[in-house]
Design a protein around this ligand. Structure first.
Ligand code: PMV
Length: 329
C-alpha cells in the first residue's frame, strides 16, 4: 500500500534572529524571532509511505543520501508516525530550488516542506500551527517557513513544545524585497547547532543578546504595522550585527564573515548614503542579505554589480507559505 504527499516550502531570512536553544531536544529557542519568507528559494518534497519498504530512503536532488542524513529524516518522520500510530517506512524525494551559486540550500524550507508532505501522506490533517511546532523539531528556522510574508516564531513557555510555534504577522505585499549577495557558496565550517551552543556556554554577552532581541521584536512589529521601512531596516541591521557580536564574544570566538562579507556591507552602506534605503543582515555563513524596497531593487542591483558579479546577486520578492503540490508540479 502506498500513500503520497507533496509539498513546497520557501526559505526565510530572520530579521530578528534566533541564536540559541533553551531545550536542545525540543528545539525550544531562547528568544522569539521574526523573519521574511523569500520567493526565490524553495524546496519541493515528496513523501511516499510504502508498506513494502524495510527502511526509509532519502534522495536529495536525485542523489541517494547516506545513513547520517537519512537518520535525521527518520527521526523527523517518527514525530508524525507516532501521532498516526503507524510504522510504515517512506521514500522521500527532495529538490532544492536555489539559483546556482546561491549557497543558500536551507534547512528551513527543507523541514517545512517535509512537514507538509508527511502531513498529507499520513492523512493526519494537522493544522498549520501544529505543523510549525513539528517543523521546528527538524530545524528551528523551519518553524517560520510554514507561512509567507513576515512571520513571528514565539519562544513559548518553559518546556512546552506546543507553546513554541510561528504565526504570520503581515503579508509583506507593501514594497518589500531582498537581495542576496552570495559571497561564498561552500558548506559552512561550523554548524548553527554547534555555534549556538558554544555562544550560550561561553559568550559573556549572551544574556544581553536575549534581552535586546526581545525588545527588538516589539520594535520591529510596530514598524511593520506602521509600514515604516526605514525603522524596519534599521532594526534588522542592528539585530543581525548584535547576533554576530555575541558570537565574537564566545570562546573560542566564532565568526562566519569573510573579507567579501565586509566589502558587501560597506557597499550597501555606500548605496544607502546615496539615498537608496537598504540594510544588511547575515546568518551562520558569509553571505550578505540586503533588505530593500522592491521598487528600488533594480537600481540597487546595478550598484552592487559595480563590485560583484551577476551570479553573486540574487534578487527575491516575498514568498508564500507552504502549499501542497499536484503530481505534475
Ligand atoms: O535553525 P537553523 O539551524 O537553520 O538556525 C538558524 C540560525 C540563523 O539563521 C542564524 C538565524 C535565524 O533565525 O534563522
Amino acid at each position: 500500500m502506498k500513500s503520497i504527499g507533496r509539498c513546497r516550502a520557501h526559505t526565510n531570512i530572520a530579521l530578528i534572529k534566533y541564536w540559541g536553544k533553551r531545550n536542545e531536544e525540543l528545539f525550544l529557542p531562547m528568544n522569539s524571532s521574526l523573519s521574511l519568507t523569500l520567493d526565490a528559494f524553495y524546496t519541493d518534497t515528496e513523501v511516499t509511505l510504502d508498506s513494502t519498504l524495510d527502511s526509509d530512503v532519502f534522495f536529495l536532488d536525485n542523489v541517494k543520501q547516506g545513513d547520517k542524513e537519512t537518520a535525521k529524516i527518520t527521526n523527523f518522520l517518527n514525530l508524525f508516525r507516532n501521532r498516526a500510530n503507524i510504522e510504515t517506512k517512506a521514500c522521500i524525494k527532495s529538490y532544492n530550488h536555489v539559483p546556482t551559486a546561491a549557497g543558500l540550500a536551507s534547512s528551513a524550507s527543507a523541514f517545512s516542506a517535509l512537514a507538509g508532505a508527511t502531513n498529507q501522506a499520513t492523512g493526519l490533517n494537522l493544522d498549520l500551527k501544529t505543523l510549525s511546532t513539528l517543523a521546528r523539531q527538524g530545524s528551528g528556522s523551519a518553524t517560520r517557513s510554514i507561512y509567507g510574508g513576515f512571520v513571528e516564531w514565539f519562544m513559548g513557555e518553559s518546556d512546552l513544545s506546543e507553546s513554541s510555534f510561528a504565526i504570520p504577522v503581515d503579508d509583506a505585499t507593501w514594497d518589500i524585497g531582498m537581495i542576496v549577495i552570495a559571497v561564498n557558496t561552500g558548506r559552512k565550517k561550523l554548524s548553527s547547532r554547534v555555534g549556538m551552543k558554544q555562544t550560550i556556554d561561553t559568550s559573556p554577552f549572551y544574556s544581553s543578546w536575549v534581552e535586546t532581541a526581545t525588545k527588538d521584536i516589539e520594535k520591529i512589529k510596530k514598524a511593520i504595522s506602521e509600514k515604516d521601512f526605514i525603522t524596519l531596516g534599521e532594526i534588522t541591521e542592528s539585530n543581525g550585527m548584535k547576533m554576530h557580536a555575541t558570537m565574537l564574544g564566545a570562546f573560542p570566538p566564532i565568526s562566519y564573515w569573510e573579507p567579501d562579507s565586509v566589502k558587501a556591507i560597506q557597499k550597501v552602506k555606500e548605496i544607502r548614503d546615496m539615498g537608496l534605503p537598504c540594510y544588511v543582515t547575515m546568518d551562520a555563513g558569509p553571505n550578505v542579505k540586503v533588505l530593500c524596497k522592491r521598487s528600488d531593487m533594480i537600481e540597487i542591483e546595478n550598484k552592487l554589480l559595480e563590485d560583484f558579479t551577476r551570479d553573486q546577486i540574487i534578487p527575491s520578492s516575498v514568498g508564500e507559505g507552504i502549499k501542497l503540490l499536484s503530481q505534475d508540479e
